[in-house]
Design a protein around this ligand. Structure first.
Ligand SMILES: CCCCCCCCCCCCC/C=C/[C@@H](O)[C@H](CO)NC(=O)CCCCCCCCCCCCCCC
Ligand SMILES: Nc1ncnc2c1ncn2[C@@H]1O[C@H](COP(=O)(O)OP(=O)(O)OP(=O)(O)O)[C@@H](O)[C@H]1O
Ligand SMILES: [Ca+2]
Length: 502
């Protein structure tokens, strides 16, 4: 630990870099000392923790009359930093110049690149030219020479990079992603997210804030946060992976409408959200799910997943044991399935809380980042007013699951079939219904929708409404540490950059 002014201690793991200080830069501040003798100095750049999980780079300069002693300090601190083996040295960076408010390139160049250079991290930077550029590129480059991949953009950009990395690892390991029962190979190359998107839910839910400098610092110090990933299949065909929201009904309809309004930037979600709220469509279907019995928590818990979460640790241990005796692994297919039929305004499956600036506690506040389960939230048909009450509770402290029309289950896998595709499959589809388009012919004002909704998979639409979903515990890792418990003594962190005499 290194003492900095006013009883503030910085763990070595949170030092960014140590550099010899050029005297002419700081001379003015120490004129008095300089008259007496020639001084030597070094500067320690470190993580300063501010309010609301925000991190900043701060520095403290140590002055010394003895050049040898000064060099010894620099050497010793550099050696300690060298010993931090989890820190990345070489990163592959993808920037989406069109995500969010189209600020990705500027954010990276002005806020992130200077910090990477300060921390002696070398980078290969790719500015994407089209959708799927990053994903395709990850199948071509030598990913194994990098300590991590950074994406500058939103949840969609993260999803691309994740698909590229997970897909590449499965390909290199001879695993067929189309097999819904395949044991996928864990991806140990960490992904860093520099938020520059419209929702930035994955960044917010894993760091506690959507802030490019904070995320860059988590990458520099080499944080590691495992993450559950759901695989989504349709008829033995791989569709997509999901880490945040898989939403049918409300969030699917918002996404579908908002894609046409990309030019509006992040505002498109509010516009389409309002429109979708007014349309108040519900969808009929059947959900079958397997409860997650292995995990200790429940979606109604008061405590949330935080840094070093013991529930996620327990799942990690179980996973390690499973890998040890994989021959004896219990067959998932044999475990019980529960079936629910109904009319739903929204079906949301979340692998994490899905906290974001719009909803700081998220869609499921007690969901865990790495426990091998997802929270399945079913919002049944209800009045517009009740649905609004439900939505408003995402923005305040009230319990959004405390409604008779909302159910929530912790699951390890689930399947969904819409009534429409069930009818189609059993060939009882009325041709007349097809012709008369979108609304129920019998009850034009009832809001029941005879077309399917769309699945919103981490901000991307899926082509199929019938899906099979399975949660893969800790399939990948992020440069993050989960959300830290609020520091009580925040005043101790409010010290500005300082200077210190040895
Ligand atoms: C009255 C205010 C209620 C506000 C309720 C806010 C709840 C917001 C919950 C957000 C959950 C985001 C989950 C993350 C999803 C990401 O993988 C994905 C990709 O980035 N983003 C979206 O799909 C983008 C989803 C964007 C959702 C925006 C929802 C806006 C709803 C507005 C409803 C207005 C009703 C007003 C009635 C007077
Ligand atoms: N150069 C590019 N041109 C067009 N589309 C791109 C380009 N690079 C990436 N994309 C695509 O843009 C989509 C959206 O990007 P991104 O997630 O960064 O921003 P967003 O949609 O505004 O934010 P969020 O996903 O957080 O809501 C991604 O799915 C990605 O595939
Ligand atoms: Ca989870």
């Amino acid at each position: 630990m290194l003492p900095v002014p006013e009883n503030c201690f910085v763990p070595i793991s949170e030092i960014i870099s140590v550099e010899e200080t050029e005297l002419n830069k700081k001379q003015r501040n120490i004129g008095k000392w300089q008259k007496m003798t020639k001084l030597h100095a070094f500067t320690v750049y470190y993580v300063k923790k501010a309010r609301n999980h925000r991190w900043r780079c701060s520095d403290v300069t140590f002055w010394c009359v003895d050049e040898h002693l000064c060099n010894q300090w620099i050497q010793a601190l550099k050696e300690l930093l060298e010993m931090q083996k989890s820190r990345p040295k070489q990163l592959l960076v993808y920037i989406n110049p069109y995500g969010g408010k189209r600020q990705g390139k500027r954010i990276y160049e002005q806020k992130v690149a200077p910090l990477f250079s300060l921390a002696s991290i070398s980078t290969d930077v790719v500015i994407t030219e089209h959708a799927n550029h990053a994903k395709d590129n990850l199948f071509e480059v030598n990913i194994y020479k990098y300590d991590g991949v950074v994406c500058v953009g939103g949840d969609g950009m993260f999803s691309e990079v994740m698909h590229g990395l997970i897909g590449r690892i499965q390909k290199d390991s001879g695993i067929d992603q189309n097999n819904p029962k395949a044991s996928l190979v864990q991806c140990n190359i960490r992904i860093g997210i520099i938020p520059a998107g419209s929702t930035d839910c994955i960044c917010y839910s894993t760091v506690g804030i959507s802030d490019p400098v904070t995320s860059a610092l988590h990458i520099i110090v080499g944080d590691c946060q495992p993450l559950d990933v759901s695989s989504v299949h349709h008829n033995n065909m791989f569709l997509k992976y999901s880490v945040s929201l898989l939403g049918y009904g409300f969030y699917g309809d918002i996404l579908k409408d908002s894609e046409k309004k990309r030019w509006m930037g992040p505002m498109r979600y509010d516009y389409s959200g309002f429109k979708t709220f007014l349309s108040h469509h519900y969808y009929e279907g059947t959900i079958a799910y397997q409860p997650a019995k292995h995990t200790l928590g429940s979606p109604r818990d008061k405590d949330s997943c935080r840094t070093g979460c013991y529930i996620c640790k327990k799942s990690e241990q179980q996973l390690a044991e499973q890998h040890k005796d994989c021959g004896l692994k219990h067959e998932e297919g044999e475990e019980e399935w529960k079936v629910i039929k109904g009319k739903f305004l929204a079906i949301n499956a979340v692998n994490m809380s899905c906290a974001c600036p719009r909803s700081p506690k998220g869609l499921s506040p007690a969901a865990h980042l790495a426990d091998g389960s997802a929270d399945l939230i079913l919002v049944r048909k209800c009045s517009r007013f009740d649905f609004l009450r439900y939505l408003v509770r995402h923005t305040n402290q009230d319990d959004q699951f405390d409604f008779p029309f909302v159910d929530v289950y912790r699951v390890k896998s689930f399947q969904f079939t819409s009534k429409l595709s069930e009818d189609n499959e059993s060939n009882v589809m009325d041709i007349g219904k097809k012709r008369f388009g979108q609304f129920c012919r019998d009850h034009p004002a009832c809001c029941c929708n005879i077309v399917n909704s769309t699945w919103n998979c981490d901000g991307e639409t899926l082509d199929s409404s019938a899906i099979e979903v399975r949660v893969h515990c800790q399939l990948m890792k992020l440069f993050a540490r989960g959300i830290e418990e609020n520091c009580k003594d925040e005043a101790a962190y409010s010290q500005n950059s300082a200077e210190q005499l040895l």
